[in-house]
Design a protein around this ligand. Sequence first.
Ligand SMILES: *Cc1c(COP(=O)(O)O)cnc(C)c1O
Length: 223
Amino acid sequence: MIRENIFKARERIPSQVIIVAVAKTRSAEEIKEAVGSGIDNIGENKVQEAIEKYNELKGCGIKWHMVGHLQTNKVKDAVKIFDLIQSVDSLHLALEIDKQAAKINKVQDVLIEVKTSPEATKSGLKTQEAAGIIKEINALKNINIKGLMTIAPAVAVPQDARPYFSSLKKLYDSINASPVIPALPAGRRSPLSILSMGMTDDFEVAIEEGSNMVRLGRAIFEG
Ligand SMILES: *Cc1c(COP(=O)(O)O)cnc(C)c1O
């Protein structure tokens, strides 16, 4: 079933769009099946759960993504296993990631999570704050911003999510066009290259709006 789901999803998704299979609550066995069907990016939303599966699946060549809210007291463990932390939503969190990554001589790749909808409960930086905080984070040595991520609110039909995706794409383009990125020291920073948006219910609309990384849970592990 996982295998067929992945083939079906791949048929609907352009090859340059990376699929992250979000495996929260799924077993290491299920992840293995996904990996055997061509998936190499796995997303998790809890550090402890991710560590257990990471240990079971060592040597499978998996790239691990943290997609859930990250508490500062979990950062020390998170930097040990995650290739990409997609949920950086404050300068405070970024400072801790920089500090813990430095201790293990790592430059941690991250995405900045942006709150594109006004829903008060969602984590993520406000669109207006993002560029300023990105500039501050870029001054840190052990953290590297690769792009932006958003979670669209639950909507009645996928089309209703379109404005949230287009507003993130706009921000992405404006950051890449502004001096925030290129003006940084030593040419160390490259422009943003990852735009992570779209989940099971809305990934097609997200891709139409410029997503190049979709995060699929149910589309891969259910049905
Ligand atoms: C669970 C989760 C997903 C995947 O959700 P589906 O709707 O099952 O595809 C994607 N992104 C984040 C941040 C998640 O927590």
